[in-house]
Design a protein around this ligand. Structure first.
Ligand SMILES: [Zn+2]
Ligand SMILES: [Zn+2]
Ligand SMILES: [Zn+2]
Length: 323
């Protein structure tokens, strides 16, 4: 079964891709499908002996350009749709043990250029309304391959997290990220790192205690709106964040990295869409996970036991040491 179903109670689409159950789970280095193909071994997903950055279609796609027909028909109450869209894999390096933070500046910059190119190409497809770049890092996040890589989903709609932000800005009648950047730069209480084009800060009201948002100082709607220097600065601050998180408790901290930018649904979002990257670690201490429980799952209301200013101070130290 590969299909989308609309939950009538929340008006949210959910995607079902049951073949994903068969994915390879944490293969050893010799069987890593994201390593380059070497002579004398079976071919991997990347059929060359060395590469800088590789992009290809996910073999276990959640969304595709030619999805199968849904397993059942829509009714008055229940809508079903094919899982139309795109699922791609971006491999950051041909070296198995690197992380985004280990990449040299030129390589990290190349990842930004590849993302910008995929944003433009996937976004131009009529079936793709939102191009979403993300990285799941660490087994605690459910990562099935340890080789450094990210994913790109081309959704056939603007997904709920992005839509909520855009609609809040529409209601406010201004770009709220521009407002946040200005305040965070001024009062510096939650600032974690900065460079010429970006600031990294703990949100005023994060969902997770060690969440960090990387936001462009100028109003830029998407990756393709960044100039050369800004792309270098984005690469640098994302690598700094990856290293900083590893320094926080001297262990590879699992996180989700997600990029929010302008939808590609043909609607003019330019004034309220502001490029930012959200890092969401799921830990609340070196060995403690923040579990989603009654309030978060049942009510959708996050409760935290660490003040954002306190976690920002710890992150600031870790990010400075990693600089
Ligand atoms: Zn590998
Ligand atoms: Zn803005
Ligand atoms: Zn966001």
């Amino acid at each position: 079964v590969t299909e989308r179903r609309l939950d009538p109670l929340t008006d949210e689409w959910r995607t079902f891709a049951t073949h994903r159950q068969d994915r390879t789970f944490l293969p050893t280095v010799e069987h890593c499908p994201l390593c380059p193909t070497v002579a004398g071994r079976p071919p991997t997903e990347v059929p060359v002996p060395a590469f800088e950055v590789a992009v290809f279609d996910n073999r276990f796609p959640s969304f595709s350009a030619t999805p199968p027909a849904p397993s059942l028909e829509s009714t008055d109450l229940y809508s079903v749709a094919p899982a139309m869209g795109a699922s791609e894999v971006v491999v950051f390096s041909d070296q198995h043990d690197k992380t985004f933070g280990d990449l040299d500046p030129e390589r990290a910059r190349l990842v930004i250029d590849v993302w910008a190119e995929r944003y433009a190409e996937l976004g131009a497809r009529p079936e793709v309304d939102y191009v979403f770049m993300f990285e799941n890092r660490g087994e605690a996040i459910g990562v099935t391959l340890s080789h450094p890589h990210g994913q790109i989903y081309g959704y056939p709609e603007v997904p709920p997290a992005a839509r909520r932000e855009l609609e809040a800005a529409r209601r406010a009648g201004r770009c709220l990220s521009c407002a946040v950047v200005e305040v965070e730069q001024t009062d510096r209480l939650r600032l974690v790192a900065t460079n010429a084009s970006f600031v990294a800060h703990v949100p005023f009201a994060p969902r997770f205690p060690y969440e960090v948002h990387v936001v462009s100082r100028e109003h830029r709607a998407s990756l393709v709106d960044l100039d050369d220097d800004e792309r270098d600065d984005l690469a640098a601050i994302l690598a700094l964040a990856a290293r900083g998180y590893d320094r926080l408790w001297d262990s590879a901290l699992p996180y989700v990295m997600s990029m929010h930018q302008r939808p590609t649904d043909g609607v003019d979002w330019d004034d309220v869409s502001h490029l930012h990257v959200e890092f969401t670690p799921i830990h609340r201490g070196p060995t403690k996970l923040k579990y989603l429980a009654g309030s978060e799952i049942g009510a959708g209301s996050f409760i935290n036991d660490i003040s954002p200013e306190v976690s920002a101070a710890a992150l600031r130290r870790a990010f400075e040491e990693g600089a």
